[in-house]
Design a protein around this ligand. Structure first.
Ligand code: NI
Length: 151
């Protein structure tokens, strides 16, 4: 496994719409491994492929230690409620904002073995799902931020 450099806000890569994955190759699996290592090393709870310079619809999430979700071609299929909580991004280290997100989200994605699964998330997991899916469409949390936090 290898750590990858994280692209920072201001880089055009983060504004691109990512292409779907049509075949899960060994290269995609290596990318997933590297993204998980990079996310953990940076102390984050989610990372999307464009953040490591890869314009494919892939993200990883770990809001609970040891419970990693790999999302290939994720699509939010249901959401409900509302939450206004603090959110940050590994591409914008040290900064946070308050965003308005659904309280509960269901995402349908594929794992590295090609299994399609539904993941239901509430609170932090729901925020992480929305945040990472947004990345794949070139959207950043600052686009949905309702209040900037300055320390
Ligand atoms: Ni992010």
């Amino acid at each position: 496994m290898a750590k990858i450099k994280i692209v920072k806000f201001g880089d055009e890569t983060l504004r691109k719409v990512c292409r779907p994955v049509d075949e899960i190759t060994p290269r995609i699996c290596t990318l997933l491994d590297d993204m998980i290592e990079t996310m953990r090393d940076a102390g984050g709870c989610g990372l999307a492929a464009p953040q490591v310079g890869v314009l494919r619809r892939i993200a990883v999430i770990e809001v609970e230690e040891g419970k990693v979700y790999e999302l290939i071609n994720p699509k939010i299929i249901a959401f409900s409620g509302e939450q206004r909580e603090q959110e940050g991004c590994l591409s914008n280290p040290g900064a946070y904002g308050i965003t308005k997100r659904p309280k509960r989200v269901t995402v349908r994605a594929t794992d590295r073995h090609g299994n399609v699964y539904d993941l239901e998330g509430e609170d932090l997991l729901a925020r992480a799902i929305c945040h990472e899916c947004d990345h794949l469409d070139g959207k950043l949390y600052t686009d949905v931020e309702i209040k900037e936090i300055k320390d």
